[in-house]
Design a protein around this ligand. Structure first.
Ligand SMILES: *Cc1c(COP(=O)(O)O)cnc(C)c1O
Length: 380
């Protein structure tokens, strides 16, 4: 990693790593794979990630919104896609027309899907979500029997086919958390209710990455893997080593290097003051580019392969690293985070330093950096 071609700052995404991760997870789970590509592929690029996931055998792609599903179709994807989050009044028509599976949580949503089907004249592919204890989206156990009954009637009327039944776990990253057993039991109960109502879905699914890896009983017909597909640890401290490879590397170059004397205060508020003479490097990325301001004084970034501490506050456009007595010049490479193979910090390390999760680090990074997709080794 010696010199960058032109870009001031780059988010490099290794699609070979992504394919490797998708294949590894699919083999481990032994059921169909849904690669979750919401939020611009967790910051890795929706369409590019989708294409790589399909190449690696993902039968399904998962997104939150209808817009995201339609962006997949616009990008040329023709496979199974599920979306799961709408607000009242949203038009389901384009998703139904595009053969996207839509999700209903409530009777009101069923009515909206039925109206869209009437307008466009194509039956929908409809999945139903049950809330088994996350207390977020999905029908409560109390409302579930009425939802499945209405969905079955709609099926008989030709409005749709109920293609899937699903739920989502609250604590899959804590394998011993009692909510896991309780939710899996509630899900099996909900499946039984739907079965008695006559629904025969193609797929029943409960597991996100952490459950897919750690809880074989939760795999059912399909696993929905987001974070692990990007090579990040879905359950830090609990995940066995699967050889997943982080797909994202964020790098830039030092904009300036300077010597300061003892007593020099660094960045806004002088939260860090040099205890002795040192060399500072100016990194041209800041919180507007997704470097968390909570990383002030705690993040590390690699300069010349050596992790160096951030000093003082992360600013909107820039941040200062302490190079100590390391020889450095303006223009030297800086790796903010990456797979960790060459001594650079990982997104997981950044997350721990900032009191968050790697999901938030990768979905927020970018801003004014240029995203570039590569295949295999990150080029110099
Ligand atoms: C985001 C999301 C996932 C993926 O979760 P990971 O922990 O990233 O694997 C799966 N299912 C639903 C419903 C989601 O919203």
């Amino acid at each position: 990693m010696s010199s960058l071609p032109v870009a001031r700052a780059e988010v490099l995404v290794d699609l070979a790593a992504l394919r490797h991760n998708v294949r590894t997870l699919t083999e481990l789970c032994g059921v169909a794979m849904m690669t979750v590509v919401k939020a611009d592929g967790y910051g890795h690029g929706l369409v590019e990630v989708a294409r790589a996931a399909r190449e690696a055998g993902a039968a399904w792609l998962g997104v939150a919104t209808i817009e995201e599903a339609l962006a997949l179709r616009a990008g040329g994807d023709t496979g199974r896609v599920l979306c799961w989050l709408t607000v009242p009044g949203e038009d389901h028509g384009p998703a139904v027309a595009a053969g996207v599976d839509v999700t209903a949580y409530s009777l009101a949503e069923l009515d909206e899907v039925a109206a869209a089907v009437d307008r466009i004249g194509t039956p929908a592919r409809l999945q139903l979500k049950v809330d088994t204890g996350l207390s977020r989206g999905g029908a409560t156990a109390a409302d579930w029997p009425a939802l499945v009954a209405a969905a079955r009637r709609g099926e008989e009327q030709g409005h749709w086919r109920v293609t899937g039944l699903w739920s989502h776990l609250a604590a899959a990253d804590e394998p011993d958390h009692p909510a896991n057993d309780a939710q899996e039991r509630a899900f099996r109960d909900a499946l039984a209710v739907a079965d008695q109502a006559g629904l025969r879905p193609e797929v029943r699914h409960l597991a996100n990455s952490a459950a897919a890896v750690l809880r074989p009983s939760a795999r059912f017909d399909l696993v929905r893997c987001g974070i692990a597909s990007y090579g990040l640890d879905p359950a830090p401290g609990a995940t066995p080593d699967l050889g997943l490879v982080p797909a994202m590397t964020v790098r830039t170059r030092l904009a300036m290097v300077k010597q300061v004397e003892a007593g020099a205060g660094v960045s806004y508020g002088h939260t860090w003051v040099a205890g002795g003479p040192t060399t500072l490097g100016l990194v041209p990325l800041g919180y507007a580019d997704g470097v968390p301001r909570h990383g002030s004084d705690v993040l590390r970034m690699a300069v010349g392969g050596r992790p160096r501490p951030v000093r003082g506050r992360v600013c909107m456009d820039q941040v200062v690293v302490d190079l100590g007595d390391q020889p450095a010049r303006a223009g030297d490479d800086v790796v903010l985070f990456g797979p960790g193979r060459e001594g650079e910090p990982t997104a997981q390390e950044w997350a721990e330093a900032c009191g968050t999760i790697s999901y938030e680090i990768v979905t927020r990074i970018g801003g004014r950096a240029t995203r570039r997709h590569v295949d295999g080794e990150v080029p110099a």
